[in-house]
Design a protein around this ligand. Structure first.
Ligand SMILES: C[S@@+](CC[C@H](N)C(=O)[O-])C[C@H]1O[C@@H](n2cnc3c(N)ncnc32)[C@H](O)[C@@H]1O
Ligand code: SF4
Length: 248
C-alpha cells in the first residue's frame, strides 16, 4: 500500500511555552514586569499539540516555571497520550522552589526525552536574584531548595552572570539595556509546504504566538502574529509572512 505523505507539516525545533506568569521573587531587573497569578490552561496545551506536528525540544518559560509543575505534568500527559517523541527539554529557574512532586515530574520528563544531553535546567545566578532572595523571610528555605535542585543530573547552576559586562534587556522592570524592536523568527519552508521553525516558537499563557521570547508581558501584543486557536493554515501563512518581511 502506498502511504500518502502528510503535507504542510509544522515542525518546531524549540517550542517555548510560557507556562506561568507567577513568580515568588521580585528581581529588580525582571524583563517580564510584575508577576501575575496566571498559568497556561489545558485548552492551550492541547491546542499546541493539535497545531504543531513535531517538536524537538520544549522550553518551559515564566514567570517561575517550577511554580507551575501541574502544567508540566499536563504536558507530559499529552505527550504520552499522543505518543509524541520529544528530544529534550529546557528551562531557566530561580531554583528556590523544590519538593518531591517537582523532583518526580522533572525525572519523568527526563526519562521520556530521547537525548539526555538536551535536558537542561539552569538556575539563574546573578546579583539581582541573590538580592531578591535575601529580601524574603523564608530565604533559608529558598537556599536549601536551591542546593537540593542542584544535585539533579540535568540541573546546572549558571556561572555567575555579571550584568555589567552582559547585555541587559530594557524590558519590564529593567530601566537600562537593549530594546528588542523586531521579530526574531527563522524558518525553512519546503516544496511540500512543510515549515520548520528554528528558533523559539513562543506560545504565551493565552495561546498567542509571539515572535520574541524575551519581552515584557505588556509588550507581547506588539509581537503577536497569530493565535494557537487559529487554523493551522493561517498560523503557517502568518509565520511565513513574518519571516519574509522582518528584514533579518
Ligand atoms: C525571565 S527569567 C524566567 C525564569 C526564572 N524566573 C528565572 O529568573 O530564572 C529568565 C532569565 O532571564 C533573565 N533576565 C531577567 N530580566 C532580564 C533582563 N532585563 N535582561 C536580561 N536578562 C534578564 C533572568 O536573570 C533569568 O536568568
Ligand atoms: S527574573 Fe525570574 S525570578 Fe526574577 S522576578 Fe523575573 S521571573 Fe521572577
Amino acid at each position: 500500500m502506498i502511504k500518502t505523505k502528510v503535507k504542510n507539516k509544522l515542525h518546531a525545533y524549540e517550542i517555548g511555552l510560557e507556562i506561568t506568569r507567577n513568580c515568588n521573587l521580585n528581581c529588580s531587573h525582571c524583563l517580564r514586569g510584575n508577576t501575575q497569578n496566571k498559568t497556561m490552561s489545558k485548552e492551550v496545551i492541547h491546542e499546541v499539540f493539535n497545531k504543531v506536528d513535531t517538536i524537538t525540544n520544549i522550553f518551559f518559560s515564566g514567570g517561575e516555571p517550577l511554580l507551575a509543575i501541574d502544567v508540566i505534568e499536563e504536558i507530559i500527559k499529552e505527550i504520552k497520550r499522543r505518543d509524541i517523541e520529544i528530544n529534550g527539554f529546557g528551562m531557566v529557574t530561580n531554583g528556590t522552589v523544590f519538593n518531591d512532586k517537582i523532583h518526580d515530574v522533572l525525572f519523568e520528563l527526563y526519562e521520556l526525552s530521547i537525548d539526555k544531553n538536551s535536558c537542561i535546567v539552569e538556575i539563574s545566578n546573578d546579583v539581582f536574584h541573590n538580592d531578591s532572595i535575601y529580601n524574603f523571610p523564608n530565604c533559608e528555605d529558598m537556599l536549601r531548595n536551591k542546593r537540593k535542585l542542584e544535585t539533579l543530573v540535568f540541573v546546572n547552576k549558571r556561572q555567575y552572570i555579571d550584568y555589567s559586562n552582559y547585555h541587559l534587556l530594557k524590558e519590564g522592570r529593567c530601566k537600562e539595556g537593549h530594546v528588542i524592536t523586531k521579530p526574531q523568527i527563522t524558518l525553512d519552508k519546503f516544496k511540500d509546504g512543510t515549515i520548520e521553525v528554528f528558533n523559539d516558537f513562543y506560545v504565551n499563557i493565552y495561546g498567542d504566538l509571539i515572535s520574541s521570547c524575551s519581552i515584557a508581558y505588556d509588550r507581547q501584543k506588539e509581537f503577536k502574529f497569530a493565535s494557537i486557536f487559529d487554523d493551522k493554515e493561517k498560523i503557517m501563512s502568518e509565520l511565513t509572512e513574518l519571516y519574509l518581511t522582518q528584514g533579518l
